[in-house]
Design a protein around this ligand. Structure first.
Ligand SMILES: *[C@@H]1O[C@H](CO)[C@@H](O)[C@H](O)[C@H]1NC(C)=O
Ligand SMILES: *[C@@H]1O[C@H](CO)[C@@H](O)[C@H](O)[C@H]1NC(C)=O
Ligand SMILES: *[C@@H]1O[C@H](CO)[C@@H](O)[C@H](O)[C@H]1NC(C)=O
Ligand SMILES: *[C@@H]1O[C@H](CO)[C@@H](O)[C@H](O)[C@H]1NC(C)=O
Ligand SMILES: *[C@@H]1O[C@H](CO)[C@@H](O)[C@H](O)[C@H]1NC(C)=O
Length: 383
């Protein structure tokens, strides 16, 4: 009995430590992660030195299968999932979706050696083609671009992920795998001190995209009913990140560049950011030392920096790392930027690192990750 109590106590303490807020975010990244998004799916974990140079890497099976949306010419790649946040680090844990097997995987990260991942488990979801994950406290929500489309949430702890609740379904007439020419769910994130869940869907020629917002109660429960709006003039809401200590999100929109959304008032953007020369701005991020918006471009090797919250373009900078553009990415607490990228030279994934600290951005490294291809997707950093 005593033993049982001790066990219970330590499990509860463990649960508490994982679901409390993550450690203070001050140090530079020690590892970066993306999914190979193949079948079987794996997480590539790449070590990062304090200089921002990239080190050794290892692969970790997720227990699930990757997937790809279908375009007019066949499986869509790169950007096979058409999403941001398909791989997410939360505290010492990593979540990934497996779009081809309709499940999510949970890993624990060894803090002293963060390329060392341990699979906790692989858990079924109840939508089609999961392509994005949002985590807050002991709740995890997953967005679905296939059939059914929508978002559902579950509780999680270091011991695993529970059963997903009833899907908040969108009537998008999608299929599995999804048709990339039609409207697609692209991102799910918690905004406004985590008291709202934001889901974006980018539109098609037939139907404009939208943003869906859901209230989150004091216990972390996400409301079953959301508000759906199309911010005026913006049909293609894609990757979004919350702007700290505000109810705003910085959103990529590959028709104009991007915009700033007030999640409490989503029908009209706070500011629309028209990015000169943009080809495919699909993901967004923020610098941390002073908060500015960062829009790399999947179609050109240009990084656009944006003033928050007015939306003015501060500068555009071209990388000379030879990539075709930068795909999914994250920025660490010291403002080093890390991206999944591809080059016109071959189909292997690269991890690029760029110093965004100060006004003069500089390339740091660009490393080929052998054994990967253009299905690779998602990007997260630790810490
Ligand atoms: C990044 O740039 C800043 C400003 O130029 C510089 O102080 C810092 O040392 C650089 N960091 C790295 C890791 O290169
Ligand atoms: C995807 O949708 C487009 C537009 O409706 C349609 O022309 C195309 O045939 C669809 N592709 C597939 C693979 O169903
Ligand atoms: C949004 O879609 C509507 C019709 O669905 C179209 O009239 C409008 O030009 C589109 N706006 C943008 C910015 O693409
Ligand atoms: C960046 O490169 C593009 C061509 O890809 C060019 O049009 C633009 O002028 C360059 N911008 C800067 C700031 O060098
Ligand atoms: C930033 O770059 C400009 C132009 O390349 C140069 O004149 C300036 O000295 C640089 N500033 C710093 C702090 O390195």
């Amino acid at each position: 009995m005593v033993q049982f109590k001790t066990l219970l106590g330590s499990a509860a303490a463990l649960a508490l430590s994982a679901t409390a807020s993550p450690l203070p975010f001050q140090d530079g990244a020690k590892a970066v992660y993306f999914q190979t998004n193949k079948s079987p799916n794996q997480i590539a974990a790449v070590a990062v030195h304090s200089s921002g140079k990239l080190g050794k890497y290892t692969f970790h099976p997720t227990g699930g299968k990757g997937g790809a949306e279908v375009s007019a010419t066949g499986p869509n790649a790169p950007d096979a999932l058409g999403s941001q946040h398909s791989v997410v680090v939360y505290g010492d844990y990593l979540f990934t979706v497996n779009a081809g097997s309709n499940d999510v995987s949970l890993f624990s990260i060894a803090c002293e050696n963060p390329t060392d991942l341990k699979l906790v488990g692989t858990y079924p979801v109840n939508g089609g083609f999961p392509n994005t994950v949002a985590v807050k406290g002991d709740h995890v929500c997953v967005g679905y671009a296939g059939s059914p489309s929508g978002v559902s949430c579950a509780e999680w702890s270091p011991l695993g992920v529970g059963k997903f609740d009833t899907i908040r379904e969108f009537d998008l007439h999608q299929s599995n795998p999804p048709n990339a020419s039609l409207i697609l769910v692209s991102d799910a994130v918690f905004v406004e001190d985590e008291s709202r869940l934001l889901v974006t869907a980018r539109g098609s020629a037939e139907s404009p995209g939208f943003v869906a917002t859901y209230d989150v109660d004091w216990a972390g429960q996400v409301s079953g009913k959301g508000e759906i709006s199309t911010p005026a003039g913006l049909n293609a809401s894609f990757g979004a990140v919350p702007i700290p200590r505000t109810q705003l999100a910085f959103v990529a929109e590959p028709e104009v560049g991007g915009y700033i959304l007030d999640v409490a008032s989503p029908s009209k953007p706070i500011a629309t950011v028209t990015v000169p020369g943009q080809k495919a701005i699909c993901w967004s991020a923020l610098t941390h030392k002073s908060v500015t918006g960062i829009f790399p471009d999947a179609g050109t090797n240009t990084i656009t920096q944006v003033e928050i919250p007015c939306g003015r373009v501060i500068q555009q900078w071209n990388s000379t790392n030879g990539n075709s553009g930068q795909l999914d990415f994250s920025i660490d607490a010291t403002d080093k930027f890390f991206a999944l990228a591809f080059s016109p030279k071959d189909s292997q994934a690269r991890v690029a690192s760029i110093n965004l600290s100060g006004n003069n951005f500089t390339d740091i490294d660009n490393k080929v990750i052998a054994g990967t291809d253009m299905n690779s997707q998602g990007f997260a950093i630790y810490p």
